[in-house]
Design a protein around this ligand. Structure first.
Ligand code: GRF
Length: 199
């Protein structure tokens, strides 16, 4: 059983799905031990009402460096072994990432390496791509650049705006992020350079 920490900043729909999936017994190897947020957000309320411990100090008041130090202590106290960034809107320092090297997943609403960074969905719509999608990847020190674990394509329709495309991307996120967490917690992701293999 792996103790999982989830870092959030926003609506928390991915967090909600992770909680439901773990509680339904569909990720038998995982237990969500702590949810950490860098700001007040709906995701924190989801965690609290699910009875999950939270770290909720706003980064704005203490600065990102102190936030990361305190968050690391909270993760350590909660004996967290793996992390999921589920809509976490900050960049983590190399030192933070190294503490969990190879054990941090991020979900991103594009087919990386296309459209990294903020507003990936708007970037894709404005660019006029015919196909976008969702990527779950391991986090390294680059922005949305770590080894890819799962990817799924989603067609972009001619009348799509960011909201309509975003709704379809979210449905895919809700399926493949729990799947990637299941693989990570079962030690089924082998990393070789930029490539991962599911074993
Ligand atoms: C998702 O689109 C995810 O890909 C991106 O942030 C969004 C978070 O959504 N990194 P939610 O807070 O899980 O609803």
């Amino acid at each position: 059983m792996k103790r999982v920490g989830v870092l959030v900043s926003g609506q928390g729909s991915n967090l909600r799905r992770l909680i439901e999936t773990v509680r339904a017994g569909d990720i038998r190897e995982a237990e969500i031990a702590l949810v950490a947020a860098d700001r007040p957000c709906a995701a924190l309320e989801i965690a609290t009402s699910a009875g999950i411990a939270v770290f909720s100090e706003p980064a704005k008041s203490i600065g990102m460096e102190a936030w990361q130090q305190r968050c690391l202590s909270a993760l350590h106290e909660a004996r967290v072994e793996c992390l999921v960034l589920a809509g976490f809107m900050r960049i983590l320092d190399a030192a933070f990432i190294q503490r969990f090297e190879g054990r941090i997943l991020n979900v991103h609403p594009s087919l990386l390496p296309a459209f990294p960074g903020r507003d990936a969905i708007g970037q894709a719509v404005r660019h006029g791509v015919r196909v976008s999608g969702v990527t779950v990847h391991l986090v390294d020190e680059t922005l949305d650049g770590g080894p890819i674990v799962l990817q799924e394509a989603v067609p972009v329709h001619p009348d799509d705006d960011a909201e309509r495309l975003g709704a379809r991307l979210h449905m895919v996120e809700h399926r493949i992020l729990p799947e990637a967490l299941r693989l990570l917690c079962a030690d089924r992701i082998r990393i070789e350079g930029r490539r991962t293999t599911i074993i």
